[in-house]
Design a protein around this ligand. Structure first.
Ligand SMILES: [Zn+2]
Length: 297
């Protein structure tokens, strides 16, 4: 079986992890040429289709209680994203979220008065977003070009939250995103950050981190490289820490996550310091990239 870097095609790949959280077949490699980290073997489009249609989250969709919990959980990210990106958008713009899932972010912006569409390939998620939330969500896969003609240069700002790391052909995907972005438009991408400080500090966290659904793993250097290779420029990064100090301490103590607690008000100052320090050093768990189309390409 041949093994090439998903970004630069180099064969100079070194194994850094022997198994994934949820697969003994896949392993994790780093490219010695460009530094990209990826799983191998890379799932085929058909394997991914099967994988995502068996998704247990998607199965829970028509259970109202579960959906309320899911919406509540996602609302922290939805509100944080709105705060972060508010100054990049206005109500005259045409916005798009690629891989919008159930449509919680799309619904939130719609309710704030913005003109926003979604793209989502999961049928159950798209149906929930359109029928229950009343959003405009299209069944479009950016890896198959035919459906893009309807949306050529349509959008001022395109969002992709935790999508890129799932894509088996990231450069092709990003080049197709360019076709539907306006010439002066902005692409905003959020992915997990491979420079996450916990990866060095907890072996258990590391064993948990690499997973079948995530084909590629980016830090700000490899993501910048991919974006410029795919025809983008003016690339800027912002760090985000989504998981709190409780979670980090639980990984170190017990080797497992704890997601449902917030840090007590009395030691909120420690939490603030923790987050600020990680973001300053870009060792936070999440990476946001802003970029524009490179018009000189
Ligand atoms: Zn490479």
């Amino acid at each position: 079986m041949s093994l090439n870097c998903i970004i630069c095609n180099s064969e100079n790949m070194v194994k850094i992890q022997d198994r994934l959280r949820d697969s003994n077949i896949h392993k994790v490699f780093i490219c010695n040429n460009c530094g990209q980290v990826q799983i191998n073997p890379i799932p085929t489009i058909d394997e991914d289709k099967k994988y995502y249609s068996n998704d247990s989250q998607a199965k829970a969709v028509f259970n109202e209680v579960n959906m309320d919990i899911m919406k509540a959980k996602s609302s922290i990210d939805v509100k944080r994203r709105y705060r972060m990106f508010k100054d990049k958008i206005n109500k005259d713009m045409k916005l798009l979220e690629i891989g919008c899932g159930y449509g919680f972010f799309v619904e939130y912006l719609k309710n704030e008065g913005y003109d926003i569409d979604g793209f989502e390939i999961s049928n159950v998620r798209r149906e929930y977003g359109t029928k229950t939330l009343g959003c405009k969500i299209y069944d479009i896969n950016l890896l198959s070009e035919d459906s893009l003609n309807f949306h050529k240069e349509e959008y001022d700002v395109i969002f992709m939250f935790h999508v890129l790391e799932h894509i088996s052909e990231p450069e092709k995907f990003l080049r197709n995103v360019k076709k539907i972005l306006k010439k002066e438009g902005t692409l905003i991408i959020e992915v997990p950050n491979l420079d996450d400080h916990m990866l060095e500090r907890s072996e258990k966290y590391r064993d948990f981190y690499f997973q079948r659904a995530h084909i590629t793993y980016f830090d700000n250097k490899t993501l910048a490289r991919l974006l410029s290779k795919s025809g983008y420029s003016d690339i800027e990064f912002e760090g985000v820490q989504r998981y709190n100090l409780y979670n980090a301490l639980n990984w170190l103590n017990k080797g497992q996550p704890i997601l449902e607690y917030s840090v007590p008000r009395e030691i909120d100052w420690i939490e603030k310091y923790y987050t600020a320090k990680l973001i300053k050093d870009m060792e936070c768990d999440t990476l946001v990239a802003y970029c524009k189309i490179n018009r000189e390409e």
